[in-house]
Design a protein around this ligand. Structure first.
Ligand code: ADP
Ligand code: MG
Length: 306
């Protein structure tokens, strides 16, 4: 199986996606953006052994690399449209590629994003990079920098599940719900599309709630109060992890891909599955409180090259 055969078999699904003038097969894809819309470009790489455990099912790797990019698109309040994939792998293993392709197109179909090109290379470990182009009404992209003192802080879904799932996976334990929350992150695209005009700022939770909220507030030149007793925690996480590990997973565990955003409560009353978890304040830094008492919490999220 040569390179072209591989691409044809596993990646070239003739999609008649809107705006695709030329898809896979030429030197470049030709795309036709809707006139007058702003484009949003995101890219994210997953490296075996760094972002996911060695030997993870290829379908999960593929789904995940699409979902983490969709999460960035969602955090901008944008609509996903087209993606490209750069895939590096040690060998041309047909079973692996078939699984990878299945996971990839599962995510693509679920979120209506078309694969329009890519690159396929051989290397020592699996490295998957996806780039997604999305769009949004002009000037409507939701930035990190718009939070104002007095706004409330919200988060979608439940927090800490993915880090808990990864923790269990690495210890060879299983919990179907928590492990799946790591393997198949829920990109909040539908919620993201409802944020323009309502949210003053947004970020997706990839490095940990506290670290990502801190980034949003720094970009906005503001501080925040985080009310720990309000954090949305799943029953599965509560059942599996006791304090203080539970709070550590919720505040510092990454990989949730939920959305954290700021808004006035009145502007988001009709949004499903979001919880108010604090308030934007003047100044800087995040102060954590539990039941009215300030608690010290030290964490800076996951960083590379430290
Ligand atoms: P070139 O040598 O011109 O870069 P390639 O052989 O790398 O061309 O790719 C041929 C076509 O297949 C291009 O349209 C490219 O975008 C597409 N392609 C290559 N690898 C992938 C992949 N993993 N997923 C999707 N499309 C791919
Ligand atoms: Mg070429």
């Amino acid at each position: 199986m040569d390179e072209f055969e591989l691409i044809r078999r596993f990646f070239d699904r003739q999609v008649s996606a809107s705006g695709v003038v030329v898809g896979i097969g030429d030197d470049g894809a030709v795309l036709r953006p809707d006139s007058g819309r702003d484009e949003v470009q995101v890219i994210d790489t997953l490296v075996e052994g760094v972002h996911f455990p060695v030997g993870l099912d290829a379908a999960d790797i593929a789904y995940r690399v699409v979902a983490v990019n969709l999460s960035d698109i969602a955090a901008m309040g944008a609509r996903p449209r087209w993606m490209t994939l750069a895939l590096t792998m040690p060998a041309k293993d047909e079973h692996w590629l078939a699984a990878f392709s299945t996971g990839l197109f599962e995510a693509a179909a679920a979120f209506d994003v078309a694969l329009v090109g890519g690159d396929t290379t051989r290397g020592d470990t699996v490295v998957a990079t996806v780039h997604i182009t999305g769009d949004v009404a002009p000037g409507e992209a939701v930035l990190r920098s718009g939070a104002k003192p007095g706004d409330s802080i919200f988060v979608s879904g439940t927090i800490g599940d993915a880090a808990a799932g990864l923790d269990l996976l690495q210890r060879g334990e299983h919990d179907p719900y928590l492990v799946r929350r790591f393997l198949r992150p829920s990109a909040r695209v539908a919620l993201g599309l409802r944020l323009p005009g309502r949210a003053s700022a947004a970020i997706d939770v990839s490095d940990g709630l506290l670290a990502d909220l801190t980034k949003l507030l720094q970009a906005s030149g503001a501080g925040g109060e985080l009310l720990l007793e309000r954090l949305p925690i799943s029953e599965a996480l509560k059942a599996r992890f006791d304090e203080p590990r539970r709070t550590e997973l919720v505040l510092a565990g990454g990989d949730d891909y939920e959305l954290c955003f700021t808004a006035t409560p009145a502007s988001v009353v009709d949004l499903p599955d979001v919880t108010e978890i604090g308030r934007v304040t003047p100044g800087d830094g995040v102060v954590c409180q539990r039941d009215g008492k300030v608690v010290e919490y030290q964490n800076h999220g996951y960083r590379h090259f430290q």
